[in-house]
Ligand binder design. Structure first.
Ligand code: GRF
Length: 188
């Protein structure tokens, strides 16, 4: 039996650009990867990430509906496709407690801050405003509390005096792309 048959079946949830999806996909095609991307679900009809996944022939769904309809449909897809891990990658909605409880598989997220600092939005602006020395990103388990689950991996990025939100987010995104595949491999 081919080794790839033992790889974990991942679903990626996203809302936009999808650079983390692209990066995870690229890694999934390499030998050390313990996962394959089997399903992509977006809550936005026009998410660029979905165009990418369709171009790679990954099963892709846009469920641009209420959160409860989104969760119901996603859960049945997850079960039908025997998904083993859900990765949130730029997924801009909060999953309900019911969804997290009903989902019997790990859900992980990448967040652009050094959690537990700066949960939620505008993380880079807050780090610059507070004159922090470091920013960074965190891969963590998802629970029913926002950005509060166990940390799997975290990496720092130095904030320079000249950094703006734009330059800092670019630097942090680069590091996100480094750590997300490693973190995912760790739990697969
Ligand atoms: C990333 O910065 C991620 O940490 C945050 O949303 C952004 C998504 O970027 N949750 P992309 O869609 O993966 O390019």
């Amino acid at each position: 039996m081919a080794i790839s048959n033992f790889k974990k079946r991942i679903a990626v949830f996203l809302s936009g650009r999808g650079s983390n999806l692209k990066n995870l996909y690229k890694f999934s095609k390499t030998k050390p990867s313990k996962f394959t991307i089997h399903l992509v679900i977006s809550n936005k009809k026009d998410a660029k990430g979905v165009l990418f996944s369709k171009s790679k022939k990954i099963k892709s769904y846009s469920i641009d509906k209420t959160m409860s309809e989104f969760e119901q449909k996603s859960l049945s897809l997850i079960n039908r496709e025997n998904i083993e891990v859900i990765c949130l990658a730029g997924f801009m909605r909060i999953l309900s407690k019911t969804f997290v409880q009903k989902c019997k598989i790990p859900i992980v997220n990448i967040h652009p801050s050094l959690l537990p600092k700066y949960k939620g939005l505008n993380t880079h602006a807050r780090a610059i405003e507070n004159k922090d020395v470091y920013a960074g990103c965190t891969v963590h388990h998802v629970t029913s509390k926002l950005d509060a689950g166990t940390i799997i991996l975290q990496k720092k990025v130095k904030i320079l005096k000249k950094d703006t939100v734009a330059t800092l987010s670019k630097k942090v995104l680069k590091v996100e792309h480094q750590i997300y595949p490693i973190a995912l491999n760790k739990i697969c």
